[in-house]
Design a protein around this ligand. Structure first.
Ligand SMILES: *Cc1c(COP(=O)(O)O)cnc(C)c1O
Length: 445
């Protein structure tokens, strides 16, 4: 049994973590307190072996075509890593597309998402030849049709001018099956009342399928499948499988070769939580597909984001001010906060906090871990526990911060965004450098 005042569950830490006899934590063979000294704080530290293993696990569970949802954490190094380990990459904006291409990921390994893809984003995706476009709306179908019928002259150098708009993109239709999975309202996406996709109940899905089938017959697109993403941080496989049943009933009669079930596999954030594995998730989806009579030849894949990167990353902070409010609580302030991890503010998310100099210590002291921003809501851990010898100047670690932390980071209060380091085999390399004060004014004209 996990108790909140016990040591942090080691299962929450990146897989190469080792707690030495002296209690000091190493990740990827690097002393974590040492990393905070070498690279300063706040700092995102990712265990490269953990990231690679998670990608390989996803490919093993789902097969070729499984895509890493880059919005969870994206930089050039991460895009390369996911590609090297055999994953496709989901991108949902021109910006994410740009980073993936700069990283050298072949366009045919990219999947373009988004409920409001602009004509420019679609034109860019068509001209580089992205592998799949997940079509989200009737307006988008109009845009794709117009772009292919009448390709725009591209701006830029002579090379660009010669680049043709490739014809016949592979497309999937995004469906909202009208099933609500149990997760936070803001990250629930499978319900009928959604800005995403074509609703099943309203008949939109059926009309979208008709239009895409007609465009396929006319040689404009290659209509290959159906997509649905039900929500994020979903723990229970059962409602997930029920949603797949509904989706599969719609999909099976269409006779299309591809079905994508989106992302959403939950991860454990705090002591005592347990999430299904990638393999269990894939197996439950496949079982639902078999029940619905989907042929074995259909390529059934997914788009995990959080479950690839969340537990691979930790954040290191330095303790600044400790304030005791008698009769209420103790506030422990660190040198980051909602600008590097907005999830507690957005979703009320919980985290653990511990001292990497004594990672196996009991944590009997209840505290509230807060950031340095000018908001009462700037909370990192609302109900945290720390060892009784925590002191000003200590390095604090919050585990499972590899997803939707760096990618949602901001410059609020003009706080420079932290660096990101990858650690492996006893060495650490910066993959995203820390922002400087100069960076904070580089866009001012
Ligand atoms: C966010 C998102 C994902 C990834 O979700 P996770 O919960 O991070 O696994 C996958 N597909 C789509 C369409 C998404 O929007």
């Amino acid at each position: 049994m996990s108790i909140p005042t016990g040591p942090v569950d080691l299962s929450l830490l990146p897989s190469s973590s080792v707690v030495g006899d002296d209690g000091r934590l190493t990740i990827g063979g690097c002393d974590v307190v040492g990393l905070s000294e070498e690279f300063a704080t706040p700092l995102f530290v990712y265990d490269e072996a953990h990231l690679r293993a998670a990608c390989r696990e996803a490919v093993a569970a789902w097969g070729d075509g499984v895509a890493y949802a880059t919005k969870a954490f994206l930089c050039v190094a991460m895009a390369r890593l996911a590609h090297e380990e055999g994953m496709c990459l989901d991108v949902s904006t021109g910006g994410e597309l740009h980073v993936a291409l700069i990283a050298g990921v072949p366009a045919e390994r990219l999947v373009l998402h988004g409920n409001n893809k602009s004509t420019e984003e679609l034109a860019a995706a068509l001209s580089v030849g992205v592998g799949r476009i997940i079509v989200d709306s009737f307006d988008e179908i109009d845009r794709i049709e117009r772009l292919i019928a009448d390709p725009p002259a591209l701006e830029g150098g002579p090379e660009d001018a010669e680049a043709p708009v490739r014809s016949r993109p592979k497309v999937l239709a995004r469906i909202t099956p009208g099933v609500e999975v149990h997760t936070h309202e803001f990250v629930r996406t499978g319900q009928e009342d959604s800005k995403f996709g074509f609703g099943l109940a309203s008949g939109s899905a059926a009309r979208a399928v008709e239009r895409l089938a007609a465009l396929d017959a006319a040689g404009v697109v290659e209509f290959v499948g159906i997509h649905a993403h039900l929500g994020s941080q979903v723990f229970a496989l059962e409602p997930f499988a029920q949603a797949i049943d509904v989706l599969a009933d719609f999909f099976a009669p269409l006779g299309l070769p591809e079905l994508v079930v989106g992302g959403g596999l939950g991860v454990a954030y705090v002591n005592g939580e347990q999430a299904p594995t990638m393999a269990e998730w894939a197996e439950s989806v496949r079982a639902a597909c078999r029940r619905a009579g989907i042929a074995d030849s259909v390529r059934v894949t997914a788009e995990p984001g959080r479950s690839i990167v969340a537990a691979a990353g930790v954040t290191l902070y330095r303790v600044g001010t400790v304030k005791d409010v008698p009769g209420h609580r103790t506030y422990v302030s660190v040198d980051g906060g909602m600008s590097d991890n907005p999830r507690p503010v957005l979703y009320g998310s919980g985290y653990e906090a511990f001292l990497p100099r004594e990672a196996d210590a009991l944590r009997p002291v209840p505290i509230r871990l807060v950031g340095k921003h000018c908001e009462t809501g700037d909370v990192v851990v609302a109900e945290g526990y720390v060892p009784d010898d925590l002191a000003v100047g200590d390095v604090l670690c919050t585990p499972v911060t590899g997803a939707y932390g760096h990618s949602m980071a901001s410059n609020y209060n003009k706080v420079p965004r932290p660096a990101v380091v990858f650690v492996a085999d006893g060495s650490a390399r910066t993959v995203v450098r820390r922002e400087t004060f100069d960076d904070l004014v580089r866009l001012d004209v």
